[in-house]
Design a protein around this ligand. Structure first.
Ligand SMILES: [Fe+2]
Length: 318
C-alpha cells in the first residue's frame, strides 16, 4: 500500500470568469499562470486555467473552469470539497489580513484548527468558493517569486482540502482501505487524514455536517469539481483503480488523457470526486520560459481555435 497515493496534486474549481481568476490567484494570492487551455470534455468551450508556482509543481496547482458564461450555477452542500487551503509562513496572517482587505477580498473568519492559525476567505469573483491560508512552520517548499506578494509571506502550495460529509464511516473506509490515508486526529467537527508521512499537501480533513443537503456534481459556477492526488506512474494508477474497484467503488473512470496528466476519477462515498493522476509535465506543448502565455487549444477543438477565442470573449490581463 505504501508509495501509491503521494498526496494532493491539483484541485479543479468551477469559477466565474477568467479575469476574476487571474485577479485572485495571480494578482492577489501571488500565483503563476502556467497554462491556459480548454476543458477536455464535452462540446462547450470553457477555459481551463492552471495557477501554480514557476513550473506547475504537484501539490501547488489550482485549476479553474470559468463557468459563468454558460449560465449554469452550482448548488453548495455536503458531498463536495468545500475548503481549499494553502500554507503560508508563521506570523504572516497579519500581512495577509491587511493585503486581502486592501484588495477587496471578503475575509470570513480567523480561527485555529489542529493548533494552527487559519484565515478563511471568499473568492472575490465567485463568493461560493472558500479558501484558507494556514500558518505552517513545517512547509519548506520554495515560494513563487511574484511581483504582487513579498516572498517572505508567499503561499507555499496546498496545506489541505476539506471534504464536507454527512456520514464519516464510509468515507473513513474509502480513505483508509482504498486511498492509503490514515486518521491522525480530530478537532471539533473536523477529522484529519494524512498520507505518505503527512504534513502540508498530504492532508484531507473531513467536516461532519450530518444535516447538510448534498451539493451538485455537475459543472456549474461556484463548486469544486474534483481533487486530484499524485501517483508515481501508470502501473500504480492501474493498481489503485483495480483495488478501489475491488472494494466495491466501481464508479471509477477509465484512464483519461488530459494533456498534462493521465487521470482516473472515482466517486467517493462522501460524494466528492477524487482523481488519481500521473503528471506528464507542462512543457509537453510550450517552453518552460513562456509557460501560460499562449492559448493552447484542447484536441477536440483544434480546427476551431480562432472562432473559439471570439466566442469565449474573456481575455486575460495579467
Ligand atoms: Fe483533474
Amino acid at each position: 500500500m505504501a508509495d501509491r497515493i503521494q498526496g494532493l496534486h491539483h484541485i479543479t474549481l468551477c469559477t466565474g470568469t477568467a479575469q476574476g481568476d487571474a485577479n485572485f490567484f495571480v494578482k492577489i494570492l501571488g500565483m503563476n499562470l502556467v497554462k491556459r487551455t480548454l476543458l477536455y470534455d464535452g462540446k462547450e468551450p470553457v477555459y481551463h486555467l492552471y495557477f501554480s508556482d514557476a513550473t506547475g509543481s504537484p501539490g501547488n496547482l489550482t485549476t479553474c473552469f470559468p463557468w459563468r458564461r454558460t449560465g449554469r450555477k452550482a448548488r453548495a452542500g455536503s458531498g463536495q470539497i468545500t475548503l481549499t487551503s494553502y500554507t503560508v509562513p508563521v506570523d504572516s496572517l497579519e500581512f495577509w489580513t491587511e493585503h486581502l482587505t486592501k484588495k477587496g477580498v471578503n475575509i470570513l473568519e480567523h480561527y485555529e484548527r489542529f493548533g494552527q492559525k487559519v484565515l478563511k476567505m471568499e473568492h472575490p469573483d465567485c463568493p461560493a468558493l472558500h479558501f484558507e491560508l494556514i500558518e505552517d512552520a513545517s512547509d519548506t517548499r520554495l515560494p513563487f517569486k511574484s511581483k504582487y506578494v513579498p516572498e517572505k509571506y508567499a503561499l507555499r502550495g496546498f496545506h489541505s482540502w476539506t471534504v464536507t460529509a454527512r456520514d464519516l464511516e464510509d468515507m473513513h473506509f474509502f480513505l483508509n482501505e482504498g486511498w492509503d490515508h490514515k486518521k491522525t486526529g480530530t478537532d471539533g467537527a473536523f477529522t484529519r487524514y494524512e498520507v505518505a508521512g503527512g504534513g502540508p499537501a498530504r492532508i484531507i480533513d473531513l467536516l461532519h455536517r450530518p444535516d447538510l443537503a448534498p451539493g451538485n456534481w455537475s459543472y456549474g459556477e461556484g463548486m469544486v469539481h474534483h481533487g486530484a492526488f499524485g501517483v508515481p506512474n501508470l502501473e500504480v494508477q492501474g493498481q489503485v483503480k483495480f483495488d478501489v474497484e475491488g472494494l466495491g467503488f466501481t464508479d471509477c473512470s477509465d484512464v483519461k488523457h488530459r494533456g498534462y496528466f493521465q487521470s482516473v476519477y472515482v466517486r467517493t462515498p462522501a460524494g466528492a470526486l477524487f482523481e488519481a493522476t500521473h503528471s506528464l509535465g507542462f512543457t509537453v506543448d510550450e517552453p518552460a520560459e513562456t509557460l501560460g502565455q499562449a492559448f493552447i487549444i484542447s484536441p477536440q477543438f483544434e480546427s476551431q481555435k480562432e472562432d473559439l477565442l471570439r466566442q469565449l470573449n474573456d481575455p486575460i490581463d495579467l
